[in-house]
Ligand binder design. Sequence first.
Ligand code: PEP
Ligand code: MG
Length: 572
Amino acid sequence: MRGIAASPGIAIGTAVKKKDQALQADQREISSEEVEDELQRLQEGLEKAVEELKKLQEETKEKLGPKEAEIFEAHQMLVQDPEMVKTVEEGIKNQQKNAEKALEEAIEQYASLMAGLEDEYMQAREADIRDVGARVLRILKGESDEEADLSPDSIIIARDLTPSDTARLDKDKVVAFVTADGSRTSHSAIMARSLGIPAVVGLGRDFLEEVEDGMQVIVDGNQGEIFFNPEEKKLDEYREKLAEYQKEKERLARFKDVKAVTKDGEEIEVVGNIGNTEDVKPLLEQGGEGIGLFRTEFLYMDRDELPGEEEQFKAYREVVQAMGDYPVIIRTLDIGGDKDLPYLEQPEELNPFLGYRAIRLCLDQPEIFKPQLRAILRASHYGNVKIMYPMIATLEEVLAANRLLKESQGELKAEGVPFDPNMEKGIMIEVPGAVMIADALARELDFFSIGTNDLIQYTMAVDRGNEKIAYLHSPYHPGVLRLIKETIAAGQRNNIWVGMCGEAAGDELLMPFLLGAGLDEFSMSAGSILRIKELLGFWTREEAREIAEKALELKTEAEVKKLLQDNKRTAL
Ligand code: PEP
Ligand code: MG
């Protein structure tokens, strides 16, 4: 089966289907003699659930930090909630239902109650109640906790994985993952690349029917191919590919500690994209010489309230200090679109990607934006920090954001809090309209960073997450190439540097075009860095310029792809 190649690499392993945690129990009428036994069973189930949650809390604390672990403490309290336990017990005693059914009904009752409340925070608890209910139910049914039970060659098969699911994947046991939903730029795919786990996504939901736990699976994250129960011949072919892949890894290792240079010795900045403090280590291990995009929205996700200035400051400072002298570009909150904050009241929208999001929301709600600006400024004192605004469409937005930044600087100065007064300011180029006024924007800024994930989405009018039309979300379309070229040219005319932090920056085929078009900085998922560093060494800027000029003359995506393919240079 073919899906979207979301994270490179090859894996051969065993399918583990991630179950959608359905709350469903069989009903069994029990006799009055059995009541005591059922009550006892319930009690044991609840205790076991608390034990599991404690363990999960500890593990999460170690892997991701105390804040992320808090949710499991709340879950422990839910399991032990006296009202809820009483309701289940009454179902067993008074209606002579088995523990599973009594639990299911109690959970349903409480979950619907929560869902019906006015308070958004309480509404959000519905999911937690269902989650906890599913855990206890699984224990009562005698099924094990799948996370704990993974074999060391597990290939996770799921409808989709949330960012927190992906972050929790045990890298020692999970060798790949495959999802029905998602795209190359969905956040689970981006996380997979950060973690260095091969992934294929967007296979469509039907494929889930065909997979069974325990099947042997080959995942080709380079080509986006999956083979279930492969024949011996296929297995041999892939064992060989896997060995080659490992050899390549060894070859690339020598680029870890050296700067990226072109064939004629020009140094090029090759940096990485991160989503949280956890990503810094793999980035440095993969030879990243800085951070070209810190997606701060992950700090705001999977929680119940906005992170305060102090908490943000600490997270940013941790990253900045870990990076030493390397640059760290912190992008301000880019929420909306496919990234939702349940605790923020946001209007229902027909087109969330075109809606109230990112800089639009931040400028409209300075009480959310200002603490972040202050936190970034404070972190700038500890290293080489630059700030970047997402989704800029107008000059007014840049002026307004800069005004709030200046206001924050004034406040900090008055409070005697140190910050870097020369911190560079930049914007993401993601909206075609912004490209058309890039000269005016450049005069207010120190850099541009091209966000191709969204730039392509808005240029081609193609939803970046819709697999049915994913073929249109291509960086090789001549319209996209011209927008990239124009952005870089505007940067050069106005003496500001231009980088790229969309996924196209790590695209091996496109690399000569980007170099030739004059890109100054390439920022990508950690997993692509070494290969791009190696590739840059095969080209001079001048040679690449010839290719770029030719590409800009072409009329179709296919022609561009062919040109790049024909001029590909490799190590072998
Ligand atoms: C982009 O749009 O290219 C980008 C890098 O931002 P994100 O993927 O976070 O929207
Ligand atoms: Mg974007």
